[in-house]
Design a protein around this ligand. Sequence first.
Ligand code: C2E
Ligand code: MG
Ligand code: MG
Length: 715
Amino acid sequence: MPGFVRWFVRVTYEDVPMDSLSKTLGLSGFDQNSQFKAIVEGSDDAIISKDLAGTILSWNLAAERIFGYTAEEMIGAKMILLFPEGKELEESAILSQIAKGGKVDHFHTQRVHKDGSLLNVSVTASPIRSWDGLVVGVSSIARDITAQVRTEQEIARYQALIESSEDAIISKDLQGNVQTWNPAAEQMFGYSSAEMIGQPITRLFPPDRLKEEQRILEAIRRGEHIRHFRTTRLKKDGAPIYVSVSISPVYDSRRRVCGVCKIARDITKEIIHEEMIWKQANFDATTQLFNREGFSRYVDDLVRMSSLCEKRFALLLLDIDNFKIYNDTYGHDFGDKLLFHVATTLKGCLRESDELARFGGDEFIVCLSGFSSTSGIQDTAQKIIDQVGAVVEIDGTMIAMTCSIGIAVFPDDGGDLKSLLQKADHAMYGAKKKGKSQFRFFSGIAESDRPEDYSLVQALSLAIENRELELHYQPILDAHTLRVVKAEALIRWRHPELGFVPPDRFIPLAEKYGLIKQLGNWVTDQALSSLAEWVALFGQNFQLSINKSPYEFYDHDESIGSMTRALHHHGLSGRNLVIEITEHSLMDHSQVTRRILDSYQGLGIEIAIDDFGTGYSSLSYLKHYPVKLLKIDKSFVASLRDFGADYHLCDGILRIARNLGLQVVAEGIENEEQQMLLSSLGCDFYQGYLFSRPLNRSDFEAFMQRFVSEPDGDS
Ligand code: C2E
Ligand code: MG
Ligand code: MG
């Protein structure tokens, strides 16, 4: 609009000569002037005129709005006032260009607002000519492009970010065709942007993941965001990679979803690392089977599912008989190969739905689900025993292993892994006892036991926690000096409703239902804490006996380890401790029991055979076990009469003991006649109600005090 600019030389519109205005714009009269004024004042752009020296002559409303100065402030002022530092030369350049009759078009630069802030402006400057064509001034139109420049800068920053990002940043249309593809996407997937733009993104999807795209696009159309979605994609060379993808909708100016933007991060290394860690945490390195951790998770899930569908599953606890001998004889590498062989053999015996784990050592667990009858479990157990038992050559050595299996069934025998394992462990002990290379079911409560046993077992499992158990101590006297030199610790259980429950009633249940280890550890701990004080009080030679069940001896290392720790914890030497084990329990000639008793002896602990004479068996075992004491069962003592059958039996026992260098305790002595007869037979120690009943700890200590002051032990 050069005509308009040419006209615009005066300060205010009122002063404008109307004839020249009319001539220039083709308007006429005052109306035209008003219209013209309205155009200038209504403009969004600053319209400014100045003379060739840069002095401002006119200043419209938009100029006021954009630069913050009123017309009053600016008319007569120098234009240079609006120029930021360093840009002052622009003014002389513009003026000289205009003076030459030239023009400045859409020149992007900056000016200063009245408040000191910088404005981005696009300036167009044209010469104003006098009626005879001479350049007399400058008309300047400045458009505020600050917001636009800011947007452009922002876009440029985003662009730079996208270009330099290590994540693939991809945009696509709502049909899934790629629209932009950054350098990281090129790097990650191996396709150049030329190869991908316009192509469907599903090119990157493995065939089994194609449905994902449909679900992604549906979610995006609904305006949803998808964050950190882990999946796999294929590179150009076909190699799979793991990616974590975040996907967002792109909106148009009317807030309608018009496209998709996705950021994909290559997490292949991370996933491989996570998988490695997960494997280490859940799998056994030697056999690549589940370890305890992994298997626990598996069984937890199975319990949930089986409870929902009312299904059963069986746990088979498998222990290789005499594995330690192979390991010790041929070395650990050989042992590992054996374990690996067993793992492979087991896998061959199982179906898809079964699971397998190794819990360290030589213990494997098989989980069978989906069987229709117990005979299915029996068949698998027998198959395992047969196949593990097949002769195999390892490192040139022919080996024929045997294994024992204990079986517990969910939910009949337990509702969680812990209780099922306890029952399977118990059943396995039974299998081993029966002569190894056998399997055995845990004989479920429902099948064989009285219902009252069940509630008693439940109550017993809480008795320790509820502090219902107590240890009592019965004095044992030296037959020659009649001094108390030993005592026997005997467990007492006071049930809140049933009252006193005798150990003969609950110990067999604890053995049967897998509570005996827990009970035994409690007894050992209590007894050793009393003993530690008593050795100081009653002398270094004082001994305390504790009764141990062979069911506590299943794991050699655990039994000996915990005993060693307990002795150490209480600062005791093993020689103050006697372990009583019933004759009956030694009859299975178990290697484990023998090794454990040997190890106890190694700790200085003495072994006593309890209830001696009731085992009805060959006495040859006395040669094999490290026995120091025999305890004549109280049934013989009860009917001890001068020259009666039991008298001769006791006589026989004492002779055998003397010949083998063993000492004898007679238990159950209730009267002086019994004491006298036993004394005449040369018995070494006395125990029985005649001297004292079993006493609680403080009564026992009081008894000992009295006893010390009355050395004849007349109690
Ligand atoms: P035991 O080891 O043979 O213990 C001796 C039993 O004879 C004790 O019965 C004791 O109270 C009782 N007794 C002692 N002197 C006499 C007497 O003069 N006359 C009569 N009639 N009995 C006498 P208790 O305490 O009822 O224990 C029974 C069995 O329970 C024990 O027989 C032992 O086999 C077992 N037991 C007790 N405490 C424990 C324990 O802490 N662990 C294990 N595994 N078994 C235990
Ligand atoms: Mg005993
Ligand atoms: Mg006894």
